[in-house]
Design a protein. Structure first.
Length: 256
């Protein structure tokens, strides 16, 4: 059974998994930007070398180099030379908040709802199949992930959500579902779980996670799928409401 998504740190497995459409520096830049903004990569954390980053993402070294240069220009990465040098995350809460708000503002409501359909289809099917295939030990692994979740900060809550979803995908015993879950978390996770900014929603998210665990323990595929898709739907509805708040607070555009 593939627990190969990396129980120890699934969030980092997501960030440094291969890209689709590899070869474009903007994709690498967006992947790392999202990870920094979401709190998966911490302030002061050392990034892999250019060559190691290129290998893990499946891109050319020059592509990784261009992406890191763009991150330096954004002020999200600082590169130091010398024996203890390298590229380090420089997280600034105000800058990160502005970047994620700009990304939400740029997406239409239709795009956000389409995103929820795609994510729910993959995560819901993974939960449904996991409920049929998971052993008692597998259920315990989900309980352990939930127990270790740090819900005191948005970043901790996002990492917990990512680890849980990846483990459920792994319990489906489908490498394709695991791969697609990895890809979607890397590309959509920072937006999807933006709701975890709110403490109330972090508590609600844990309640829904426990519902998924109960359904898998009870070998109830339909309930596991329903709890998973309801969780995602609520997250997207929050995101659409957040988009409206961002648009309402934006300064009016000046007419020429």
């Amino acid at each position: 059974m593939p627990h190969a998504t990396g129980r120890a740190d699934a969030a980092h497995a997501v960030v440094f998994s291969p890209l689709d459409g590899a070869g474009r520096a903007v994709l690498v830049e967006q992947r790392l930007t999202d990870a920094i903004v979401a709190g998966v990569l911490h302030d002061g954390e050392r990034l892999p070398s250019e060559s190691a980053l290129a290998r893990s993402l499946g891109v050319a070294v020059v592509t990784a180099r261009e992406a890191l240069e763009a991150l330096r220009d954004k002020g999200l990465v600082l590169t130091r030379r010398g024996r203890d040098g390298g590229s380090f995350v420089t997280y600034d809460r105000d800058v990160s908040t502005r970047m994620i708000d700009e990304r939400v503002h740029a997406l239409s409501r239709i795009e956000l709802r389409d995103l929820s359909l795609h994510v729910a289809a993959i995560a819901g099917m993974a939960a449904e199949v996991a409920a049929d295939r998971a052993s008692d030990d597998d259920v315990q692994s989900l309980v352990d992930i939930d127990a270790r979740a740090d819900l005191s900060t948005p970043g901790g809550a996002r990492r917990a959500a990512g680890r849980f979803q990846l483990e459920v995908a792994a319990l489906s015993q489908s490498p394709r579902l695991v791969h697609e879950e990895l890809r979607l978390q890397a590309d959509a996770g920072p937006l999807l779980w933006l709701c975890l900014r709110d403490e109330d929603y972090r508590d609600r998210s844990r309640t829904m996670r426990l519902e998924v665990i109960d359904a898998i323990r009870a070998v109830d595929p339909a309930a596991a799928r329903r709890a998973t898709t309801d969780h995602i739907q609520q997250a997207v509805e929050w995101l659409i409401d957040e988009k409206a708040r961002i648009e309402a607070s934006a300064p009016p555009t000046r007419k020429e």
